[in-house]
Design a protein around this ligand. Structure first.
Ligand SMILES: [Zn+2]
Length: 255
């Protein structure tokens, strides 16, 4: 229950980040306002999900429609936080999973909308993962944990940079964005290199299927870009909850 309430509140903040970060605006000031008429939203009309429902998705002042994305992101964060608790209980690793879910959901929406993966999320997330891992209560060998986290993030970034280089040399275009590089490094710092690589594999597969479907429907042209960061972030959330059994199953073939 507490996880749901916390999720709703963090989801509300995540909406602010999604709306403002790609435009390099502050997430602290000014206070939330209607994107249509600019009127400040009163605290009473700014309650996660509930306000959107009783205002029937419209601004109280100008009746402009308010995107359903707002309550959906709030609900999504609440459900993800609750799922983290159900998955691993009230533990320190659960906190890492919840922070990762928050960042990944935000990045997935931002990349889909703006084709941007702001450093405020990827690089801050990378640093946050490092701090949360190294300063986890009750662990020994903090130096080893620190080194492992840096190693995982660096290897993930190096792998994507290699793919970027291959694209440049062989196909003479940018196949990988630098935002994707930072995103995968952040994911590796949170969940370790194996789960991050699994996420990348799933995302590449899903994005390829998505592109084939769009091309078949003639909705995608050669010059169009696919928000790969959204696929990567989505696959990352999937890997947090379902990745370990898949890895175990896959590695079983090599024994
Ligand atoms: Zn308005």
């Amino acid at each position: 229950m507490a996880a749901l309430v916390a999720g709703l509140l963090f989801g509300s903040f995540l909406n602010v980040c999604i709306a403002r970060l790609p435009a390099h605006a502050s997430v602290v000031a000014p206070r939330s306002h209607c994107r249509s008429c600019g009127k400040t939203i009163r605290a009473f009309d700014n309650i996660p999900v509930a306000s959107w429902l009783w205002l029937r998705g419209r601004c109280r002042a100008c009746y402009a429609p308010i995107s359903i994305q707002y309550p959906l992101v709030e609900l999504g964060t609440a459900l993800l936080f609750a799922a983290c608790i159900l998955h691993t209980g009230v533990t320190w690793p659960t906190l890492l999973d919840a922070v990762a879910c928050f960042l990944l959901q935000g990045l997935a929406v931002m990349d889909a909308q703006t084709m941007l993966l702001p450093d405020t999320f990827t690089l801050t997330g990378l640093a946050l993962a490092f701090v949360l891992k190294v300063f986890a209560p009750g662990i020994s060998r903090r130096g080893e944990v620190a080194w492992k986290t840096v190693e995982d993030a660096a290897l993930a970034a190096a792998l994507l940079l290699l793919i970027w280089l291959l694209y440049r040399v062989v196909r003479r275009r940018n196949g990988v964005g630098m935002g994707d590089v930072k995103l995968l490094a952040m994911m590796a710092a949170f969940m370790g290199l194996p789960l991050a690589l699994l996420s990348y594999f799933i995302a590449a597969l899903a994005a390829a299927v998505f592109a084939v479907v769009l091309v078949a429907q003639r909705k995608l042209r050669g010059s169009d870009r696919i928000p790969f960061g959204s696929f990567l972030a989505g696959a990352g959330i999937f890997a947090i909850f379902a990745g370990k059994p898949i890895l175990t199953w896959y590695l079983g073939f090599f024994r």
